[in-house]
Design a protein around this ligand. Sequence first.
Ligand SMILES: [Mg+2]
Ligand SMILES: [Zn+2]
Length: 282
Amino acid sequence: MAATVVVFDFDKTIIDVDSDNWVVDELGFTDLFNQLLPTMPWNSLMDRMMKEIHEQGRTIDDIVGALQRVPIHPRVVPAIKSAHALGCELRIVSDANLFFIETILEHLGLRNYFSEINTNPGFVDEEGRLRISPYHDFTKSSHGCTLCPPNMCKGLIIERIQAAIAKEGGSKKLIYLGDGAGDYCPSLKLTESDYVMPRKNFPVWELISRNPMVIKAEIHEWSDGEDLEHVLLEIVERITESSDSVALLAAAAANSNSNDCKFQTMAVAAAPLPPRPLSVRQ
Ligand SMILES: [Mg+2]
Ligand SMILES: [Zn+2]
């Protein structure tokens, strides 16, 4: 069982650009996109752009071609493969869409490294037009979070992941990587035993830097793919070492005489526990 769950944002975290902007720009629809942006939510606009692109005679293959040209830092793919090899469970939480993300991951040979992709649905309809719909259907109800766009609260997704971990009875640690303002809400949901990796000088980093005290997780900034690889793998190795020593000590404790004071001292030194709340005696 993986001791660590690594949750990645996608745009400007795994890939070096925003996939929505990239496709629109590559297919030559930037002006129309900018013209319509003030009139509707981003997610609805992307579905509209796919309609325009389709009506102008551009095909799904044109979109796939653009996605396959997306720039990515050369150390990101090795970083993801190393984290997976070290036993981490990898997930994506993204406000892009499933079609873009799966197309890019398949192109990079990474699709099977991720156990879960939480994003806006995206599928090709019978006319060959890509349809993009909201992760959270805000026409029916609001998700209730004022920090996040109407179609997706990443914080709610993190809470669901945390609830699933708690149900399994495990003590998995989360590492969350992101760059955007939408990555701030999930960062606030992380606990003292988790880690957040905000991309330096990007919106989530600015938001965290304004008041780092409200973040319970350990904060480790990164600036490019090379940095991402170093920082991520260092955290993963640190978690692995501490969980290995706890497991080793637990196994030793099971075999040892309970009067072995030396071992108990060691256990305390190697795995410090938070102080217990004081109970008041009557
Ligand atoms: Mg992003
Ligand atoms: Zn939120």
